[in-house]
Design a protein around this ligand. Structure first.
Ligand code: ZN
Ligand code: ZN
Length: 344
């Protein structure tokens, strides 16, 4: 099969013919219909992820059609499926209590196992997969990626956002945009924070009630003014110290901070604990979404409760993935690129 292989960090992926994947007994092989190009892939591509090395095939946001099923597989040949990026074992204490996104035995294709920047991908633990709704294009399904699922879980199961609440969103990348669209669907008021005016304007055009440019001064003070005393919920979508502090500082009393951004480097940060202490804040960590929540999310999209088409910016060929990764060296326009042509 054709695959885009990492050979040297920061260099074009090498388009190679590699062995077709072996079918796992407890899973399937998918013919990949679409695979999102994610900023997490960029971190691997520049050498910042220990599981992306010479010979790796990235790609963790994919959907496709079953072409081979293992003897213990749940699905059969011909099924059109979407995979969550975390393939949980289904049998450990976390999985058994519904927190399968924290499964310690989980497998993530693209990070340690061959991913879907290829014509085919092996998917073990196929009980994590869900049917692709008839009405949804593969590009849209893959474009939901880790962004939409992570944002959905952060807003609903972690922060428990209620209608009418103010939600502050720090960072208007993929997670930030997904959080905006979903928070609006939940009936919240949203204030977005970024340092790029074009991104703030784009967020306003997608329904943000207010926008704050953090380069213009203290974003927390601005949010206190806009919300009349502080936001009830704040989503940190970058994983850096400045936005983490802006997030806890922009909250009102009893506010809920949700830490979505993967902390960079060692993960150590100096955080304004006085803000957390004196305002009696809640501080939630979150990562991904358990796969059992997929059908309800897809159902809402299918019914038209939320329009996530702004999440997908363009479709590219497998050979176009390198340019998409390279573009992430600088600020990128809104929306994600999705690979939908694996033959060129
Ligand atoms: Zn597990
Ligand atoms: Zn991703």
């Amino acid at each position: 099969m054709r695959a885009a292989v990492v050979r040297e960090f920061r260099e074009d992926l090498s388009i190679e013919t590699v062995d077709d994947p072996a079918c796992p007994e407890n899973g399937v092989v998918l013919e990949v219909a679409a695979c999102g190009v994610c900023r997490s892939d960029y971190h691997g591509w520049v050498g910042g992820h220990p599981k992306v090395v010479n010979g790796s095939v990235m790609g963790h946001e994919y959907c496709g059609t079953v072409v081979e099923a293992g003897k213990n597989a749940k699905y059969k040949v011909g099924d059109r499926l979407i995979a969550p990026f975390i393939l949980a074992c289904g049998d450990c204490p976390e999985c058994r209590t519904g927190v399968s996104n924290a499964c310690e035995k989980s497998i993530v294709p693209g990070f340690g196992a061959p991913g879907a920047y290829a014509e085919y991908v092996a998917v073990p633990f196929d009980h994590n997969l869900v049917f692709l709704p008839e009405s949804m294009s593969p590009a849209m399904a893959a474009g939901l990626g880790c962004r939409v699922t992570t944002a959905w879980h952060a807003l609903t199961d972690r922060a428990n956002v209620r209608g009418g609440e103010w939600v502050a969103i720090h960072g208007t990348g993929g997670i930030g945009l997904a959080s905006l669209l979903l928070a609006k669907m939940l009936g919240a008021q949203v204030v977005v924070v970024d340092i790029v005016d074009e991104k703030l304007e784009h967020a306003r055009s997608l329904g943000a009630d207010a926008a704050v440019n953090a380069a213009d001064g203290d974003p927390a003070a601005a949010i206190h003014d806009i919300t009349g005393g502080g936001a009830q919920v704040s989503i940190e979508a970058l994983g850096i110290e400045a936005t983490t502090n802006a997030s806890v500082e922009c909250l009102g009393t009893l506010g809920r901070h949700v830490h979505v951004g993967m902390p960079s480097g060692s993960g150590q940060m100096q955080i304004n604990m006085r803000a957390i202490y004196s305002k009696q804040l809640s501080f939630f960590g979150t990562r991904g979404m358990p796969s059992w929540k997929y059908p309800s999310l897809l159902g809402m999209i299918e019914r038209g409760a939320v329009d996530l088409t702004p999440m997908v910016a363009r479709e590219v060929a497998l050979t176009g993935a390198s340019a998409e990764l390279r573009a992430m060296n600088g600020p990128t326009p809104p929306g994600t690129a999705v690979i939908t042509d694996f033959t060129s």
